[in-house]
Design a protein around this ligand. Sequence first.
Ligand code: CP
Length: 301
Amino acid sequence: MTSRSLVSMNDYTKEEILDVLKRAEEFEKNPNCNLLEGKVVASLFFEPSTRTRLSFETAINRMGGRIVGFTDAASSSVTKGESLNDTIKMVSNYCDLVVMRHPLEGAARHASEVSDVPIINAGDGANQHPTQTMLDLYSIMKTQGTLENLNIFMVGDLKYGRTVHSLLMAMSHFNPTFHFIAPKELEIPKAYKMFMEERNIKYYEHTEFGDIIEKADILYMTRVQRERFADPLEYEKVKNVYILKNSMLDNTKDNLRILHPLPRVNEIAMDVDSNPKAYYFQQALNGVYARQAIMAKALNL
Ligand code: CP
């Protein structure tokens, strides 16, 4: 595997996606190794995170690497006015790899252009979250036995949900049929519709959330992203628009699995958690193995 940044799902070919998933499977069997021994990974979180940061840190620890960084830009010299450009130039002097989450769309791409070491995008605003997508793909592969020809239903905040945007791009290699369930205000952005149309990918848009999920192989629930709304009243209008309840799963397919990038707010009722079709906590665990594989690829290990 060649060494390089992962900023958008466009940075991986289909073959590279499949290679990384195969590698994730190996890491799941043997997570502890010394591949990162002698390496320093900088973990720069300009936005809050639980799963992404901690699963990267777990992955780095399991691979024998060291971590430097910050969990809050308020504790960095950004508060003194230092630019992203200068921050990345400095940090890339100190380390072998940078994992970065930032609120601005395009921040990770910019960082990759000025950094001397590979950048892994851990989420840039409402744009992309490719490492989440790799763990989502790994979860889909594990639960469905394939990535090909699946009915993928995505529900909730399809406008601001960066995990939706990255997953849609990655799944485009595997002949999916998408069903997008969102209120008009949070529908999938036009750029992604054009992306699918150019590739002849079948997609359907719905505003009602009900019996149609009976056809789903994957039900990908998302949180309404409060932090991306300029007007809090607009958030209030849509925040509880779709809530998945256990009773809604009675007539769904046996192979259906419910994914959610988490954190959850209200969009999945607690009674779903004990349903064998609920997979979101295992999905989050898969993040450790997927991120081990992504770092190994970024550093050509
Ligand atoms: N899925 C995800 O990105 O979760 P965190 O915001 O907790 O990292």
